[in-house]
Design a protein around this ligand. Structure first.
Ligand code: PGA
Length: 256
């Protein structure tokens, strides 16, 4: 399965530097054997989607509301993201869960709304450092998955899951390769028990301090279906290097 290399720009980027970053990226990732996605702030979505039309780089949002429209000041619906040119949306990122108190039930409602609007969700899960120290990571991540993904998606789930340990986001720290492989196997098992056969095909991204120097090793791990990249997604050369690492993993797999 093709890996997905997704860039989460978070609350970064203005029109001028966003356009420049995307201009460089477009060249640097063309023809690679992986899917490439950027999730810029909503203010840039339409412009960058237009700039990227016909290129290999897809565009996504960083959050959406559960409703299609209405009296929800400051919010953006999945249908609006789609209208602006998005194909994907990140949901339940730990910064949303922390800064905006998003529960699994809210993430599940947003996931439904995204799919109904024709977007592919990237549903984020991950334990805090205290939870890992307590040995609770499998229970926490399993609970988030079951709570965030509607079970009736057993008919087929168009989105992906991103495992992002909270303590690895923006810190430069990553779990060991063995811990990433163990958690991805646990997530796969949980997806299959929750969604049945549909759970086998869902790509599981790793996120949290992915950079050019660690991407090749992380992306080569079993059941790692791509990466969700924050800081390194703001530097065209770094993000492109991560996509090239994914391409190399695909080429090596093909060569057997
Ligand atoms: P990071 O962020 O790559 O800067 O650690 C990842 C994320 O929050 O998605």
């Amino acid at each position: 399965m093709r890996q997905l290399i997704a860039g989460n720009w978070k609350m970064n980027g203005r029109l001028a530097d966003g356009a420049a970053l995307v201009g460089k990226l477009q060249q640097a990732v063309s023809g690679l054997e992986c899917d490439v996605l950027i999730c810029p702030p909503a203010t840039l979505l339409h412009t960058l989607a237009a700039q990227l039309a016909g290129s290999a780089v897809q565009v996504g949002g960083q959050d959406c509301h559960t409703k299609v429209s209405g009296a929800h000041t400051g919010d953006i619906s999945a249908a609006m993201l789609r209208d602006a040119g998005a194909a994907w949306v990140i949901l339940g990122h730990s910064e949303r869960r922390t800064d905006h108190g998003e529960s699994d039930a809210m993430v599940q409602a947003k996931t439904r709304a995204a799919v109904a609007a024709g977007l592919s969700p990237i549903v984020c899960v991950g334990e805090t450092e205290a939870e890992r120290v307590a040995g609770a990571q499998d229970a926490v991540v399993g609970g988030q998955l079951i709570g965030s993904l509607p079970q009736d998606f057993a008919q087929g789930y168009a989105g992906v899951v991103a495992y992002e340990p909270v303590w690895a986001i923006g810190t430069g720290r990553t779990p060991s390769e063995a811990d990433v492989a163990q958690m991805h196997a646990h997530i796969r098992k949980t997806l299959v028990s929750h969604l049945g056969e549909a759970g086998r095909g869902v790509r599981i991204l790793y996120g949290g301090s992915v950079k050019p120097s660690n991407a090749a090793a992380l992306l080569a791990l079993p059941d790692v279906g791509g990466a969700l990249v924050g800081g390194a997604a703001l530097v065209a050369d770094d993000f492109a290097a991560i996509a090239h690492a994914s391409h190399a993993v695909a080429a090596a797999a093909r060569a057997g």
